[in-house]
Design a protein around this ligand. Sequence first.
Ligand SMILES: CC(C)(COP(=O)(O)OP(=O)(O)OC[C@H]1O[C@@H](n2cnc3c(N)ncnc32)[C@H](O)[C@@H]1OP(=O)(O)O)[C@@H](O)C(=O)NCCC(=O)NCCS
Length: 259
Amino acid sequence: MSIYEFRIDGRLNARGGAAPSELRVEHHGDGTTTLTGPVGDQAALHGMLARLRDADATLLSVRALPDPVPGALERVDWPVRTERLTLRPARADDAGAVWQYRRLEPVARWLTELPADADVFRRRFAAPERLATTLLVEHRGTVIGDLMLRVEDAWAQTEVAEAARAVQAELGWVFDPHHHGHGYATEAVRELLRLCFADLGLRRVTALCFADNEPSWRLMERLGMRRESHEVRDSLHRSGQWLDGLGYALLAEEWKSQA
Ligand SMILES: CC(C)(COP(=O)(O)OP(=O)(O)OC[C@H]1O[C@@H](n2cnc3c(N)ncnc32)[C@H](O)[C@@H]1OP(=O)(O)O)[C@@H](O)C(=O)NCCC(=O)NCCS
């Protein structure tokens, strides 16, 4: 099973119905629409392409998104405690607590998607591939934020691809604005880096943000992550503006020398 993204021109002009229900539909400011979701095998992929063709969709691109490596979170002894916080894998019934802060404009403005309502959010949050990469951060029993830990393969040439499996992770963080400014995100992500390098034995972690999201890149720099890229007006924000994007990374040896 892989997650595929189908990008089509315009909106889905369904002749025989709406988009396949297993795909998440997002309309973009550049006039394209992406449909993203799990596709079982080659036959299912061909079936999906045929359904899009039948719905009069003009297909611009199809790509398999990098697989999160299943089971990475299962290799850690949960819950993990820091001085003030508890980190644990998310459960489907955490969706309500997470929606309370993710729906807020100062938070949602930086996130990839803003679901239409709590029900849509609950369904997406409960998807197995999402739960498998989401950690919750609690302070005195209250959920104050969530983290993404998505273990991935590194890019490699074909002959050495096996050696690049599950060696790195993409990280993410979202905290409730009521709990910003206390160092909780710093404390949680510091522990997340320790988990990645010490417990999971990864060789590299990465994270992305909009250049305008200063709290996010300052958090990364506080934790010793290195700015690796600055893309100029490469990312379309839902405001309609093309914004700069930043890429950060940290290698295991860098983390060790800082520790
Ligand atoms: C990115 C985000 C997590 C950063 O939150 P934050 O509150 O700036 O980070 P922390 O919780 O680590 O708090 C750091 C601040 O607390 C202060 N602080 C107070 N007590 C502290 C303590 N005990 N230890 C460390 N810092 C402390 C720090 O000085 C710092 O303040 P400053 O920003 O004025 O320098 C938050 O802005 C967020 O959730 N944004 C919305 C979602 C988002 O953008 N996610 C990222 C998408 S790429």
